[in-house]
Design a protein around this ligand. Sequence first.
Ligand code: ITT
Length: 200
Amino acid sequence: MKRRIVFATGNTDKLREIREILGETDWTVLSIKDAGIRIDVEENGSTYEENALIKARAAAALAQADDIVLADDSGLEIDYLNREPGIYSARYLGEDTSYRIKNQNLIDRLQGVPDEKRTARFVCAIAAVLPGGKELTCRGVIEGRIGYEERGSGGFGYDPIFQVPELGKSTAELNEEEKNAVSHRGKALRAMREKLKEVL
Ligand code: ITT
């Protein structure tokens, strides 16, 4: 029987990307919802890794003994804004505020700021809790710049304002495969996939 990976996220956009990246493995990827698990944790860590571990541990406590439990904590760091919104990216301006508004607000806060000072990065930490309790974390980063307007309709969240200079496109202008090939989440998950192959 295929080994189960239970992914501790309530974000369906993340899950879509995760399934695509872990698609060709021997593991079946389930969301916590698919696995019948509900968690309600306070993400009160001070790093992406700590928050990812908080989510993974909470789900692992309710998962089957032989499940591999993973979680993702990620965010956008804008250098000019002292790396805001960072680990507070989902909560920035309120969890239920639309990304139209959040993105426009960030563009407004960078009004008059020249290209070279608009540097930013997406960061993703993936945490794993393995059967037996061993814990692993991996981090992936993509460097870019904040654009002057929203561009593209792919991806989610802050993608329309995140420009990748080498590609001349925002991450919302990439298709899923193209985004996963260069993204913070793609890099972190591929690193985790390799670590898991080594230890399992
Ligand atoms: P879970 O905790 O349930 O996984 P969440 O959306 O609350 O879902 P995070 O706390 O990790 O997840 O917040 C990550 C936020 O960072 C996310 O909601 C987006 O605003 C932003 N973000 C992360 N990855 C992104 C990406 O690939 N493209 C655009 N925005 C991204």
